[in-house]
Design a protein around this ligand. Structure first.
Ligand SMILES: *Cc1c(COP(=O)(O)O)cnc(C)c1O
Length: 396
């Protein structure tokens, strides 16, 4: 029933002339229309009273719609410049719900660098329901084109990709997709709408693990989706309600709390990430550095065409598994963990963490070597982070 709109006044929505930083604060839910409260009320209710049995209320049951979740959904739609936003219990809930738009017999072209959970969903779950995927190097348009089949229904992009930050040309792939009546779907977790708004470049559905930069504090698991059109919004809403993959109201509130500082956090972390990438690339004991902001990064020009920044994730190869493990055991500041995009720096080891289930040969082919570390730069002082990493790299 939340199709009816939100009782919370949307003062920010539709004010297109406002800059992104202003939209982050004045997104519509910043002042509660009923009380003037300075944040969106948490409507901790599963169901809503029918005052008039002949005129059902705009919200009737929280799986179908809840004002707190709705405020978040409108917020992300404003930020991505899309028609409709939807909030889910995790990034994977958003992604799996989006894939439910497809049916048995459908085929999807997917970037080979896709997030591990999405790979598992496609190859271990959706394949059993007759939804077929072909994985291609999406940085090469010819590979994308060659994967087209009569039953292809969509292309699925991720740029920059994880963990080697490969760049896909969003406009090139989506233009080709639209010419073939394919849906284009993009996982925008790494860039966030602060740096990259794919809907403005023709993408149909943008997905997020809001667990990462949008939430920003390693304290909430959430997923978001934004559709370019009203029709797609209605279809995805139908899936969300039918599958029940919704985000709870406490987490919806917490996510909005985190998103308000997205701009300040991204700007600070990116500045530090650029310094880290430069520092690493000047060291003779580092085999490779992956960061779209480096002049040498493949696809940098394409990235600059479609994004306004380089993000806060830097991957680098320390040369061997032994050295990588020594660094992981010696750092004192970053959290050694999976995940990324938080106020605290997070250092992860793809070979043993996010990409552990990938066969070694495939992993190496994708550049995910045994010495590769991924550094998600947080808000600590960059001098302290570099000093800490230096002592870890110098351990014998
Ligand atoms: C973490 C992540 C996901 C999955 O999100 P969850 O919130 O963990 O379910 C999807 N895509 C990318 C790029 C991610 O980093």
């Amino acid at each position: 029933m939340s199709d009816q709109g939100n009782p919370i006044e949307l003062s920010g929505a539709g004010k297109e002339d406002r800059k992104f930083d202003t939209k982050l604060i004045h997104f519509g839910g910043e002042v509660d229309a009923a009380t003037g409260a300075s944040s969106v009320p948490i409507y901790q209710a599963s169901t809503f009273h029918h005052h008039d049995i002949y005129n059902p209320p705009s919200y009737d049951y929280s799986r179908s719609g809840n004002p707190t979740r709705q405020a978040l959904e409108d917020y992300i739609a404003v930020l991505e410049g899309g028609h409709r936003g939807l909030a889910f219990s995790s990034g994977m809930a958003a992604i799996s719900t989006a894939f439910m738009l497809f049916s048995a017999g459908d085929h999807i072209i997917v970037t080979e660098d896709v997030y591990g959970g999405t790979y598992r969903l496609l190859t271990g779950i959706l394949n059993r329901f007759g939804i077929e995927a072909t994985f291609v190097d999406m940085t090469k348009i010819d590979e994308v084109k060659a994967a087209l089949k009569p039953n292809t229904k969509a292309v699925y992009l991720e740029t920059p990709s994880n963990p080697t930050l490969k760049i896909t040309d969003i406009a090139q792939v989506t233009e080709w997709a639209h010419a073939h009546d394919l849906l284009s779907i993009l996982d925008n977790t790494f860039m966030t709408p602060y740096y990259q708004r794919p809907i403005e470049q023709g993408v149909d559905i943008v997905l997020h693990s809001a667990t990462k930069f949008l939430g920003g504090h390693s304290d909430v698991l959430a997923g978001l989706a934004v559709t370019r059109t009203e029709t797609l919004g209605r279809k995805l809403k139908y899936m969300q309600n039918g599958l029940g993959t919704v985000l709870g109201v406490q987490d919806s509130w917490l996510l909005m709390r985190g998103m308000k500082t997205l701009g300040a956090r991204m700007a600070h972390s990116e500045k530090s990430a650029a310094k880290l990438a430069k520092w690493l690339s000047e060291r003779s004991d580092i085999k490779a550095v992956f960061y779209p902001g480096l002049a040498s990064h493949p696809g940098r020009e394409i990235h600059e065409k479609q994004s306004s920044g380089y993000g806060a994730v830097v991957s680098f190869d320390v040369g061997s598994a032994e050295r990588a493990k020594r660094v992981l055991s010696s750092v004192k500041l970053p959290l050694v963990a999976v995940s990324l995009g938080a106020v605290e720096s997070i250092l992860s080891y793809p070979a043993m963490m996010s990409h552990a289930s990938m066969p070694k040969e495939v992993r190496h082919e994708r550049g995910i070597t045994d010495g590769l570390l991924r550094f998600s730069v947080g808000l600590e002082d960059i001098g302290d982070l570099l000093a800490d990493l230096e002592q870890a790299l110098e351990r014998q």
